[in-house]
Design a protein around this ligand. Structure first.
Ligand SMILES: [Zn+2]
Length: 491
């Protein structure tokens, strides 16, 4: 960023809560089914149909709120947000306004700036104020078909109308695109972790918007902000914010006006472009939804949800670092996925070697999983089998390269470590008596070299090691070979 300027960024995330049915009716919350298959008088907005709140929305909403450090409010009020759009048959959206489901959150994320090649500097903690997460229904979806310039036909699919959303709004606390990037990834992972949302941006069940403005360092007023929408991935979002920061600084420096408007990320041309200019604050004429009671949440309910919550990823990461003495980077990677973290913990405990377990999982196993398009949950090598392999390695029965080869074979045909080691004939000879016997024979048949070595030609030591390894078919434990040879040749 140009010196003397700072960026002010606030984030809004819409996360679809992972309920089976919609928020105010019993239609399946499956988007992608046959268009308009999952509809009823309530989500079609037919006159006289009444909404009934889905209890699981409260349950998953509370999980999401607590995992993001928000306070769940004892009373919240549903409100009508009035506007007209073809995908909104009622002419209003049931949302929440001045009394949201949860508010006043503080969330600690880990964030780092990245250089040109995408390499991260040191990750540091940063506290983000989350103003609120309110509950609302989603609208339907317009589908346009025809020429790209002129839509020939427009269809409306109301399967999505009435699916439950949590809208998560932060204070304008971010000062860089990478902070926003790390925040969205944090939220995604936490929502998936507690089971509140699938949080899959590709499927559209997590959508984010960024409000971006810039100002001179030292200014306390905000300048006009731009809203960035339709960001299809976290990476595109980061690029769009970065572009927008530079564009606005340039405009201000040139004495141009930065208009308050909504912009999109144009992936092909790597720039943002105007979607619509913003009329002054929309007047949605919010008013309390007369068809729904105020939502009351008891302290007992919150306690129950808290008791059911799994250990959160950041807490688990710090515990891994403390208990298993692994690095921050390794621990962060292991908790990037809940199943992977559980897999690691089982392997670390069973092998009694948490560090080597982390190495094998993060380098060898993850590579195999990625190649096979599998996740830790359906790994053909169980955590217990991996632990067995690590124990064999620790006992010095096989070396590191052999262990990697064994893991690849275990992955391919689901055999145990012992089976693969036997098949490959990798078992090392670590029986001192057997190694001594081989060495005695080598000394016996190479008397000239023995005399030369004892006469001062120490380079010949390697010759004896080589001969012994050869005679053992490469199976003798090299460390023991060295030790026994030293004793025998120097006596
Ligand atoms: Zn319905």
């Amino acid at each position: 960023m140009k010196e003397g300027w700072e960026a002010i960024i606030g984030m809004e995330i819409h996360a679809q809560l992972a309920t089976e049915t919609k928020i105010f009716c019993q239609c399946a919350a499956n988007f992608g089914d046959e268009p308009n298959a999952n509809t009823c008088p309530v989500c079609l907005g037919l006159p006289g149909a009444l909404p009934v709140l889905n209890e699981n929305v409260i349950n998953l909403g509370a999980k999401a709120a607590l995992a993001l450090g928000l306070n769940v409010n004892e009373t919240s009020i549903f409100a009508r947000k009035n506007y007209f759009y073809p995908d909104l048959p009622k002419g209003y959206q049931i949302s929440q306004y001045d009394q949201p489901f949860s508010s006043n959150g503080e969330l600690v994320i880990m964030t780092a700036e990245r250089d040109e090649s995408g390499r991260a500097s040191e990750f540091k903690p940063m506290t983000i104020r989350i103003e609120r997460m309110h509950l609302e229904e989603d609208a339907g979806k317009n589908v346009h078909e025809g020429l790209p310039e002129v839509d020939k036909y427009s269809y409306i699919d109301l399967n999505r109308a009435g699916t439950p959303l949590g809208e998560i709004v932060t204070a304008p606390d971010f000062r860089s695109s990478w902070q926003a990037y790390d925040y969205v990834n944090h939220v995604r992972r936490v929502l998936q972790w507690v089971g509140a949302s699938d949080a899959d941006m590709e499927k559209g069940n997590l959508r984010c918007e960024a409000n971006v403005s810039v100002r001179k360092i030292g200014e306390d007023k905000f300048r006009n902000k731009v809203e960035l929408k339709n960001l299809n991935s976290v990476r595109f979002m980061q690029k769009a914010i970065e572009y927008e920061i530079e564009r606005q600084i340039q405009a201000h420096e040139n004495g141009e006006t930065v208009s308050q408007e909504t912009r999109l990320w144009d992936e092909k041309n790597n720039r943002t472009r105007v979607m619509r200019s913003k009329e002054d604050a929309h007047d949605y004429r919010y008013f309390p939804e007369p068809d729904l009671q105020p939502l009351k949440v008891t302290a007992e309910f919150i306690e129950r949800v808290k008791a059911e919550m799994p250990e959160l990823p950041d807490v688990m990461r710090d515990r891994f670092i403390a208990d298993y003495k692994i690095s921050y980077n390794d621990a962060s990677q292991l908790v990037s996925d809940k199943d992977l973290a559980a897999f690691y913990e089982r392997a670390a405990t069973a092998s009694n070697n948490p560090r080597v377990s982390a190495n094998f999982i993060l380098s060898e196993l993850l590579r195999e999983l990625n190649n096979a398009g599998k996740s830790a949950a359906d790994s053909p090598v169980s955590a217990e089998n991996l632990a067995e392999l690590i124990k064999t390695l620790d006992a010095g029965k096989i070396n590191n390269n052999q262990a990697k080869e064994v893991l690849t074979a275990m992955f391919a045909d689901g055999k145990s470590a012992a089976e693969v080691i036997a098949e490959k004939g990798f078992e090392q000879i670590s029986d001192a008596g057997a190694i001594e016997k081989i060495i005695d024979e080598i000394i016996e048949t190479n008397q000239n070299q023995v005399a030369a070595y004892r006469g001062g030609n120490e380079k010949l030591f390697g010759f004896f090691v080589g001969q012994t390894m050869k005679a053992s078919g490469g199976k003798a434990n090299p460390k023991m070979v060295n030790e026994i040879l030293k004793v025998k040749l120097n006596s």
